[in-house]
Ligand binder design. Structure first.
Ligand code: PGA
Length: 253
């Protein structure tokens, strides 16, 4: 499976900054034939940049979408609107959405269904908080998030889904899960997918690791057998470090 290098800009980057980043990346990619797959999770305002970017092999993701299809929901953005920009992906269930915006497992499940219906590919995030890990409950917590978030999602729909394991204690803290901790959880997620679906789904679903991935630790993390790439926040905001991450991913494909 090709390594996926997915950035998550969160609430950063003005329109000109985003344009500069993407045109710098397009320039870097000229004449290169990468094996890894590049995705950038950007604020909604940048999504129209998809049109030029995908030709260069840069795919854009929204960082959220509404669980509703359309209507009187002031300030919301629908999956169909995201899809109409040319974006292919949408990050759903990120821990910051769960923590600050009330995205419950049930809401996330509705958003995943709505995204799939509109032809978007969800990057579905799961992960435990520190206390749950200290109590040794991390696998149980993540399995429950998977069961609820993927409720009534068919094996065929699973082909459109990427899972991102992001231990909440490692997000933006500078503290990373050890490659072994990541591998253990990724293996456990795959095993659980084989129970919820079948071996084919378990093997084919990309599982990204997220939480303080940076050029200094990415080689080891990307090299783990059940890690198919990264969802990268802070280190995706600077073009040079994002490029370094792409180069490390290329070594592991
Ligand atoms: P971080 O964020 O790389 O800055 O820890 C990762 C994420 O939240 O997706």
């Amino acid at each position: 499976m090709n390594t996926i290098v997915a950035g998550n800009w969160k609430m950063n980057m003005t329109l000109p900054e985003g344009r500069d980043f993407i045109s710098g990346l397009q320039e870097y990619l000229q004449g290169k034939n990468l094996k890894s797959q590049l995705i950038l999770g950007v604020p909604f305002i940048h999504l129209p940049l998809s049109l030029g970017a995908s030709e260069a092999g840069i795919y854009l993701a929204a960082q959220n979408c509404s669980e509703h299809s359309s209507g009187a929901y002031t300030g919301e953005t629908s999956a169909q609107m995201v899809q109409s920009t040319g974006a292919e992906y949408v990050i759903l269930g990120h821990s910051e959405r769960r923590q600050y915006f009330g995205d419950t497992d049930e809401v996330i499940n509705q958003k995943i269904k709505e995204a799939l219906q509109q032809g978007l590919k969800p990057i579905f995030c799961v992960g435990e908080v520190l206390e749950e890990r200290q109590q040794g409950r991390q696998e149980k917590v993540v399995h429950t998030q998977l069961e609820r978030g993927l409720a009534a999602i068919s094996p065929a729909q699973m082909e459109q889904i990427i899972i991102a394991y992001e231990p909440v204690w490692a997000i933006g803290t500078g503290e990373t899960a050890t490659p072994q901790q990541a591998e253990t959880m990724h293996w456990s997620i795959r095993k659980h997918l084989s129970e919820l679906y079948d071996l084919h789904v378990a093997e084919k679903t990309p599982i990204l690791y997220g939480g303080s991935v940076k050029p200094e630790n990415a080689r080891e993390i990307f090299g783990m057998p059940n890690v198919n790439g990264g969802l990268i926040g802070g280190a995706s905001l600077k073009l040079d470090s994002y490029i370094q991450l792409i180069e490390l991913a290329e070594e592991t494909v």
